[in-house]
Each structure stands twice: as structure tokens, then as C-alpha cells.
Design a protein around this ligand. Structure first.
Ligand code: ZN
Length: 289
């Protein structure tokens, strides 16, 4: 069995026991690198929630049969896209879901909403979902599928339980997430003091610094990909979009190179203070300041 399968099984049994005990939370977040894995797991949860047998999911009751065929009338899946051209999870879709949630279930005792590609929700859409997460009808469950918890607002995160399908390598800790966000902000504002401060934050610990630089490199690369006219699922979508809007492809390419170079320097155990100075210099040069 692969590590991924093992993790899937472990999380599945957590879900089953929590559903069977009747303590399953009304809001959960499924974090996954691959959309299909996340949706598959969300469907498994939904199946457990609608199954009315004691042994969930029994796979034999009518609810299970319908859920298996993705045709259960109380399981809803949406990526919130309204116009086919945009991949944004529209706030209007969230409002529609909110209204629908107050209608009693058709057949089952529960009603489950699977919100796919939630990394494409802007703050407005997230705030709309937050309203119902705060006081959901007793029979309603939301499963929010996203590429990274870093794409969700703190207020939303505080209302949901996270099931992460990401490996330890792929998971981003809150500290790493903050370091990346704050750094990009300082860089785009060309706030020299903030830039030094933010760099000093993550340089203290070599392992941490390399993780953050790796993530920054990923963010710069993603913005570069956007520049070439492609769009794809990204972590840190807000930061990637801001960089895409404000910097040239040339700057972005230089920023990627600077990150790679700095990761090498860390491996060579350079003096940290000198490294902070050099980092800020290189980053500023890359954006033409
Ligand atoms: Zn069943």
C-alpha cells in the first residue's frame, strides 16, 4: 500500500467513527494536492453521512447505492463557477447554496454540500460561506475541498475541521504560510524595513528558511506561468495574482533564480546576517529597485 493510500485509510476510519458517534462536524476542509483525490475523499464522507445503516458506509442500502453512482438527491457538488469562462467560485453560488441549505433533505437525514476548488473562492465568497458555517441547520454538512488551507480565511478555518491528504512535505504550516504572505507583501510594497524584518524571521532556522524559499520560488514560478497565458491551480493564489499584476516576467524569472541561489547558500552554511543583507539586495535588484 502506498503512503497516500495509508493516509486515506487512516482519515477514512476517523471519519467513519466520528459519523457513527454522531459527532461529525458540520464544516470540514479537505486539503489535497490533486483535486480528484480531494473530491473522492469528500464523496466518501458524504456517503457516510447519508448512509442510514449502523455500519457506515454499508454499501448496500439505497442511500449508499445512490451515493456510489453520484446520484444521491441530498449530496450536492459544485465548483461555484457561474460563467464557463471564469474559474472563480462565485459569491452568488454560495448564496444559492445558503438558501438551499434551509430546505429539508429529500430522502436522507442529512444534506451534504461538496464545495470543490475552494481555492478559487475570494474573500467575499468565503465570508458568505462563513455566515452559514456559524449556524448551520442541524442536518447540513459542508465539505470544502481546496489545494491548501492557506487559501482560506482564518475565520473560516476556525469553523472547520481539516482533513489533509497532503504528505508532510506538501503541507504548509501556519508559520510558513505567514512567512510567505508577509514576505510577498513587503516585496510588492518595496518596504525595505519590512523586507529585512520578514527575511530575518525565516532565516534563523536553516530548514525553515529553505522551506520558505522553496515556497516563494513556487509562488514566483506560478506567477510566471500566469504571465505566459496559462492558468492552473495554485497555492497562495492571492499572492500569485498580485505578483502577476505588478511584476514583469523578467523580474519574476530573476526572483526564481535568487531563491534557488539562496537555497544553495544556506546549504553552504553562510553567515545568517550576511545572508539577510544579500537576500534583500538580490530581491530588490530582481524587481528593479
Ligand atoms: Zn448504507
Amino acid at each position: 500500500m502506498t503512503n497516500k493510500e495509508l493516509q486515506f485509510n487512516k482519515l477514512s476510519s476517523e471519519v467513519v467513527s466520528s459519523v457513527e458517534q454522531g459527532s461529525f462536524p458540520h464544516g470540514v476542509l479537505v486539503e489535497c494536492q490533486n483535486e480528484n483525490d480531494g473530491v473522492e475523499f469528500a464523496r466518501f464522507i458524504a456517503n457516510c453521512l447519508v448512509c442510514r445503516s449502523n455500519n457506515k458506509p454499508c454499501g448496500e442500502c439505497e442511500d449508499c447505492h445512490k451515493a456510489k453512482k453520484n446520484g444521491h438527491p441530498d449530496i450536492f457538488e459544485t465548483d461555484g463557477v457561474i460563467k464557463s469562462k471564469s474559474k472563480i467560485f462565485a459569491v452568488d453560488s454560495v448564496r444559492e447554496i445558503r438558501d438551499d441549505a434551509f430546505v429539508l433533505p429529500n430522502e436522507s437525514d442529512s444534506k451534504v454540500y461538496i464545495l470543490k476548488n475552494a481555492q478559487n473562492m475570494n474573500d467575499q465568497a468565503q465570508n458568505a460561506i462563513l455566515k452559514i458555517l456559524e449556524e448551520p441547520p442541524s442536518y447540513v454538512f459542508f465539505i470544502i475541498v481546496t489545494t491548501s488551507r492557506s487559501t482560506m480565511l482564518e475565520t473560516v478555518l476556525s469553523r472547520v475541521q481539516t482533513y489533509s491528504l497532503l504528505s508532510d512535505e506538501e503541507q504548509i504550516t501556519d508559520k510558513e504560510c505567514d512567512a510567505v504572505k508577509n514576505f510577498v507583501k513587503a516585496l510588492l510594497n518595496v518596504n525595505e524595513l519590512a523586507l529585512v524584518e520578514q527575511t530575518a524571521v525565516f532565516i534563523k532556522n536553516n530548514q525553515f528558511a529553505k522551506r520558505v524559499l522553496g515556497l516563494l520560488s513556487e509562488v514566483f514560478r506560478d506567477a510566471l506561468v500566469f504571465k505566459s497565458g496559462y492558468s492552473r491551480e495554485v497555492r497562495f493564489s492571492e499572492e500569485v495574482n498580485a505578483l502577476y499584476n505588478k511584476l514583469t516576467a523578467k523580474s519574476l524569472m530573476q526572483l526564481v533564480e535568487v531563491c534557488d541561489e539562496l537555497m544553495d547558500s544556506i546549504d553552504r552554511n553562510c553567515n545568517n546576517n550576511l545572508l539577510v543583507v544579500r537576500m534583500c539586495y538580490e530581491f530588490k535588484r530582481a524587481i528593479g529597485r
